[in-house]
Design a binder for this molecule. Sequence first.
Ligand SMILES: O=C(O)CCC(=O)C(=O)O
Ligand SMILES: [Fe+2]
Length: 253
Amino acid sequence: MTMPEPRTLQAVNDLQPLLQARRWRWRATPFPHIVAENVFVPDVQEELARDFRTLYDQRTTAGYNTQHDFLGTSLISTQCGSLEVFISPAWYALFTRLFGINEPGFLTAGVHRHRPGSRNGFPHNDIFPERLDVGPGRGDVLRFGGPVAGKSVRAVAILYYLNNGPWAPGDGGETSLYWDWKDGVDTPVDSVPPRDNTLFAFSCNPHSYHSFRTNRKRRDSVISFVYRGVDDYVQLWGDEGLRQYAEYGRHHA
Ligand SMILES: O=C(O)CCC(=O)C(=O)O
Ligand SMILES: [Fe+2]
């Protein structure tokens, strides 16, 4: 596989020259989250979309995820062109500061393609324990700070929508937000349309219920996750989210 050399994003130490709009909206309902439009400057936006397409054109390993009905693969450092920004220390620093997450922790990212007619997801909160590791030769998990004892959970989820072209109501592919996991997927509290160069980020906690919505047009996104150790999570949130996962087993996504 030959990825183009990143032109704009040589090594991402500083996000400032890459970002366009500086007004990111905080919303409190139904759980704290950020929606930002026009996130990257136009050159970078184009480069990200081009390198996203290259991954799908060239990579035969973009696997089908049966549970969530998308084609996807993990981003691997130095093998994803400009998409490296989503697994950069600067990206980790931005979102850990915004959401007040402590080290040690991890960062991972992946590309998702929902083909037209992909089915609805289901409300889930992204809390489930995983064992993450940074073995030799692995470029898909970045660790910050010392080792994490035991398992980790997602601390921040960041969705960035790209390569979709114009979006209009009815096209679907939104990420919807809910009060509760029992809410019907078609009756959300709010929805984020997958407009190109838009970002949706939230800290993961027992209440961060969200779901992919069925789409009529292809919907492409890059998703990145900041992780924290389970102990750090439990100090803040108690074991509620973990219990929900254990009891209902449907919070994994
Ligand atoms: O793609 C989306 O809109 C949501 C994805 C999601 O919830 C996940 O991957 O955990
Ligand atoms: Fe999720």
